[in-house]
Ligand binder design. Sequence first.
Ligand SMILES: NC(=O)c1ccc[n+]([C@@H]2O[C@H](COP(=O)([O-])OP(=O)(O)OC[C@H]3O[C@@H](n4cnc5c(N)ncnc54)[C@H](O)[C@@H]3O)[C@@H](O)[C@H]2O)c1
Length: 460
Amino acid sequence: MSIPSNPQAVAASVSPQSASIHDRLRTARRRESISDIRQPKILHPLENEGLRLLLLENISLDAVAAFRAQGFYVDHLTKALSEDELVERISQYHAIGIRSKTKITERVLKAASKLLVIGCFCIGTNQVDLPVAARAGIPVFNSPFSNSRSVAELVISELVALSRQLFERAYELRTGIWNKQSKGCWEVRGKTLGIVGYGHIGAQLSVLAEAFGMRVLFHDVVNIMPLGSARQVDSLDTLLSESDFVTLHVPELPETINMISKQQLALMKKGSYLINNARGKVVDIPALIEALQSKQLAGAAIDVFPSEPGSNGAPFDDQVNSWASVLRTLPNVILTPHIGGSTEEAQKMIGEEVSQALSRYLGYGSTIGAVNFPEVDLRAISAEQGGIIRVCHVHKNQPGVLKQVNEALSPYNVEKQYSDSKGEIAYLMADIADVSFKELPQLKGRISSTDANILTRFLS
Ligand SMILES: NC(=O)c1ccc[n+]([C@@H]2O[C@H](COP(=O)([O-])OP(=O)(O)OC[C@H]3O[C@@H](n4cnc5c(N)ncnc54)[C@H](O)[C@@H]3O)[C@@H](O)[C@H]2O)c1
């Protein structure tokens, strides 16, 4: 082994004992000044400079301001438009933002000759004819997870409200009855929470519940790294038999419909509680009613129902769900009108997330997060890289397309390229260097005239 001639110097270079970690970070920051960080280049569509956006259903004014700041023309309406109104107006717009009341049907899409993208400023996208939009080369974006925290917080409140019979006591006092009780009322500390579905909401909830002093178990169809001290159990049955509270956070799928029915309720601990803020069909409600009436369960909180009224003020009665009147009379049952994700914060996050997705698609071609489209993105072009053109080519997913497109691109240096497909639709993005503006119309014509072309845009 060779001994260094100056051991102190070696030690100093490996681990600078004299400087604290803060000193070292400060020095590193000074060395790497802001100007050293590579700034991404802001791209612009080459042919449709004056992009027009139509925002309906009172989408947040923050979103309007953000789009205007990027140079888009924005028409903002507080109401939804009917199909006929949309057919009449849509041909002027390159993008549309809607919530759940505006229906983008095949007829609307046929009239939308310039439309490039649709933003659903909400969770669901079934108000849009997604396959027809995809075939027209129009990606659709939404905001599925912006309200996860709101749901998780509601569940926390329901845990306490159920175990303290809070709604019963509050209802009695509102009707003029003083009924102070401690029998059957519990702290949640030390109790076991069983989370079914450890996704965006389930995982958030796990952290909040542990902070409350609860023991957390979860069941999921995939193996997931637990947060904190939560533990994944081997089966739904194990979770049901070990939990004091069971809360559901799975999507509605054929295999999750009625996943909590008579047999599962019988496996739950006597006197435990069930919470459903997921989807209405996940719980067999007549079986739940029996379990509550027989005192197998001590309470339940239900935010979602197999059928839900279409508008505020509409009745929630046996015409909507045949068992509604019985459910409404059961003690210690909290019924809420699908408000799990309904908070001001979630609305704001939806506005930000969907506006960013629209801007990223219009300006950079990225389809990450699109619900009906292959998800494709490319590394940013840095500000100092001149003369690069981004090609965005939506085409039918059929053999031979890439050969034709690559032949068209072959005179240039393809800096980077990525392509993916989803069903009938494929999407290619490529950054090409050393192409002059004079050559662009011809290049675009070559790519657009291939048989499979749906839409070709150039950004620079
Ligand atoms: N009440 C409301 O207002 C409200 C608001 C937002 C979301 N939701 C609903 O909450 C549910 C969960 O939302 P999320 O954002 O956490 O979804 P997510 O996709 O992030 O997570 C769902 C999890 O469920 C798991 N899963 C799927 N099938 C399963 C099965 N058979 N058994 C066990 N686990 C299974 C998945 O692997 C995933 O980890 C969805 O149904 C959503 O529609 C309701």
